[in-house]
Every structure is written in structure tokens, then in C-alpha cells.
Design a protein around this ligand. Structure first.
Ligand code: CIR
Length: 278
């Protein structure tokens, strides 16, 4: 097969060289569900009772789905005093070259980042979002060398500017991306195939992602846009079967997992892991 020229060609050759000379493992960092999950932050949902034992069983099944897709799952210890700490995605943005430790927009979540920084310190150089910047990983959608960052209630202009300063030296572009009526950018849009995004048009507009094919969630499934792509498959919430059917009709390998309890805490499938190559 012919290799593309320019920067893309170099990246492809580097990736092939690296995988030949080193054993690359796909690692998924997760965290045990906190016993305090019932006291989670809520922005768009009413508080409902959470069955903690069920949440833990569902989290185990989610981790098993990650293993079946080739991930080595590294579970961080429970943080009994941090209700939202299972949502590790919000604490770090991990790229091949660097990891950026965030400063979550919700004050109650700031105690989650130190142990993620420790877990990543042997795997990547670390950069950090500092006050007064705020940034939640759930707002960051990486599509190739572009990072779209939702201008949500959790990620402010200073946080987005700091992310851009940390990543432009590595050839990434950071795009502030408006959204409305949802928690994070990845509540509204995620990547589900090499060339396709899944989005909820009530929360974000497809024209904000030029060059991408899109598929809309089923109108009855507002929360269906949060899908987690692992390799060429997609982990997707069992609560959204109509959208899953539409994705399968597009030839996408969809693995449905029941996340009913973390959904009550406004979490989805991307939120519960940080995936990287190690
Ligand atoms: C929060 O409001 O921060 C949590 N209850 C839910 C976070 C979900 N994280 C994500 O979408 N990345």
C-alpha cells in the first residue's frame, strides 16, 4: 500500500515503526465507583436514587467490554469522598505526546485529579490547567490533530486557551466549540467511525464539524450521542437501542452496555475511562 506524503505520511510511518519496535498496549484507566455516587453533581437531571451495588456491577461489565476490545484495564482506587470520581475522563486529556491534567469546572471534583496525575506520570509528560482556567475532559473531542473543546458551563475560555498553549507545540489545533442544553461536548457529539460523527442536533450543529459525515441520534434518545470508540468498535448505552440499530445499519460494530445507574449521575460511556497507548 502506498504511504501518504507530508506530515500525515510521517505520522503513519512513525506509528508503524513504533509498533514494530515496541509492544504497544491499549490501556484503559478507570476508577472504582465511589460509595458517595448518590451525592454527585447534577446539572440537567433531577436527583434519583442510585443503586450502588448495581452501579458497581454495571461498571464491571463496562470494564469487561473494554477488555474484549483489547484494553488492559487499570482501575484506580475508590475515592470514598469524591462522588463523581468514577468519571475519570474529566480529569485528563491524554495524547500520544503529552497528558494534560485538567482543573474540573465543578469545585467538588477538584480532588479527583491528583491520583490521575500520579497514574499518568510514568506514561506521559504532564501539563496542567491552572487557575483561573477550568476544563473538563468530557468537553474535549479529538478528531485527528484537531481538539474541539465545548464552551460548556465546565470549561472556560482561560482553560481552553491554556490547553491550546500546551498542545500547539505538538501540532494540534484547539477549536472552542459552542453547544447548548447539555453538560459536555461529548454529551452532544462523538466519533463513531473513521469518517463519521454521531450527534444530537438539538444540542450541537453538524456544520461545526466540516468535512465529517454525521448521523443524528434517534429523536427519542437524547443521550445517545455519547459513544466510546475503541479500535473500530463502539461502546454505547443499552438505554439507546434505536440509535444503536441505526449505527449497526451503517456497519458499525456496536457493543451495548447497561449504564442505568451512572446515567442517573449524568455520566455516559466516554466518561468512565481514559484510553491511551502505552
Ligand atoms: C458531573 O456533573 O460532573 C458528573 N455528575 C457527571 C460527569 C460526566 N462526565 C462526562 O460526561 N465526561
Amino acid at each position: 500500500m502506498e504511504i501518504a506524503g507530508g506530515v500525515v505520511g510521517l505520522q503513519v510511518r512513525w506509528a508503524r515503526f513504533r509498533s514494530r519496535v515496541t509492544a504497544i498496549t491499549r490501556v484503559a484507566i478507570t476508577r472504582a465507583v465511589s460509595r458517595a455516587l448518590g451525592h454527585c453533581e447534577l446539572s440537567h437531571l433531577p436527583r434519583r436514587p442510585i443503586d450502588l451495588a448495581l452501579a458497581r456491577r454495571q461498571h464491571e461489565a463496562y470494564e469487561q467490554a473494554l477488555r474484549e476490545l483489547g484494553c488492559e484495564v487499570r482501575q484506580l482506587a475508590e475515592q470514598p469522598d469524591q462522588p463523581d470520581s468514577v468519571f475519570v475522563e474529566d480529569t485528563a486529556i491524554v495524547l500520544d505526546e503529552v497528558a494534560v491534567i485538567t482543573r474540573p469546572g465543578a469545585v467538588s471534583r477538584r480532588g479527583e485529579v491528583a491520583s490521575m496525575a500520579e497514574a499518568l506520570s510514568g506514561l506521559r509528560e504532564l501539563a496542567r490547567i491552572e487557575a483561573p482556567g477550568t476544563l473538563d475532559g468530557g468537553d474535549v473531542l479529538r478528531l485527528g490533530r484537531v481538539l474541539y473543546v465545548g464552551t460548556s458551563a465546565r470549561s472556560n475560555a482561560e482553560g481552553i486557551a491554556q490547553l491550546a498553549r500546551a498542545l500547539t507545540p505538538f501540532g494540534y489545533r484547539v477549536e472552542a466549540t459552542p453547544l447548548h442544553d447539555c453538560l459536555h461536548l461529548k454529551s452532544a457529539v462523538t466519533q463513531v467511525a473513521e469518517d463519521r460523527l454521531l450527534l444530537n442536533p438539538a444540542w450541537i450543529e453538524a456544520r461545526q464539524f466540516p468535512g465529517w459525515k454525521t448521523v443524528a441520534v434517534d429523536p427519542a434518545e437524547a443521550h445517545a450521542a455519547n459513544a466510546l470508540r475503541v479500535g473500530s468498535a463502539v461502546i454505547h448505552p443499552a438505554s439507546c437501542p434505536r440509535t444503536a440499530r441505526a449505527l449497526r445499519e451503517l456497519g458499525i460494530d456496536v457493543r451495548s452496555v447497561d449504564m442505568s445507574e451512572t446515567e442517573k449521575a449524568e455520566g455516559g460511556v466516554t466518561c468512565c475511562s481514559v484510553i491511551l497507548e502505552a
